[in-house]
Design a protein around this ligand. Sequence first.
Ligand SMILES: NC(=O)CC[C@H](N)C(=O)O
Length: 332
Amino acid sequence: MIHHSGFWEIYIAVGIRQDSKGSWAGEEDGGAGKCPKSTIDTVARNSTVTHLKLSFVLLNFYPLPRLVSFIYLYIYISFLLNLSPDSSKRENKSCFTTAAAAMCGILAVLGCSDTSLAKRSRIIELSRRLRHRGPDWSGIHCYQDCYLAHQRLAIVDPTSGDQPLYNEDKSIIVTVNGEIYNHEELRTKLVSHQFRTGSDCEVIAHLYEDYGEDFVDMLDGMFSFVLLDTRDKSFIAARDAIGITPLYMGWGLDGSVWFASEMKALSDDCERFISFPPGHIYSSKKGGLQRWYNPLWFSECIPKTTYDPIALRQAFEEVHGFFLFPCYFCIA
Ligand SMILES: NC(=O)CC[C@H](N)C(=O)O
């Protein structure tokens, strides 16, 4: 039995529509390097083809699992629209957004001895290695010998949330990969601040202004970010509690400190590099990595009471009884 799948093909054509324009933006001092605004990257396009073939087979040749194939297509198209190059199609609604939100690329180089145009072009070139992580926008901010670059897959506020992001007078610059789930609540704590965008990540710049480096545990979300404070040329970098978003850190021979979402953006130019540990913050003022995520249960102290298996068993049974208690009513 053959069923027509034209309806779905129209949707899919919308999903993979390409955008041919684009350039580097957010450069304070004009200039360097144009790069083609892409499209869905090759990996996504290949997976599109695979999914389409599978959907086509399910839809056309199997009468029984039609419902299954429709559900499959529905889920896949939701996912496709969230990855669409047309960012106005994406909204922070579906659970698939979470997977997409993990993808933005950041690169920050701080304290290079070389401030030439060639150095900036090199950093733009390295940032392009993360292009597949963000098809919607490429931005870079250069401040003296510091560079913060961003490849954006727009999720929250697609129209104005391009990065790097700033505080009111642009003295604080931040480049972020991730999503701050409680940004609306945090904004209510920052009423004296003027927000430039609707981006969830802008709160980071303003929180830093009010709370200094200790604001990171106020963030609920998945994130990796680098923040530069041009007032004293200090910087911090932080990664979410369990390392949902990636971050690498490196050191150049000239004493520069590098951060990137993927190792490929710093491995060629750094003398040494590490995977940035989850739940940590690097502070240039304090001069090292520190754990910011310190939940009570994280305590490494060893209990002083001696091991008593009977007491342990009773404790487990109490917890077990507590969770099963509501079920007794259902069964009765
Ligand atoms: N993909 C991302 O990391 C998203 C960054 C930011 N939350 C935005 O919506 O633009």
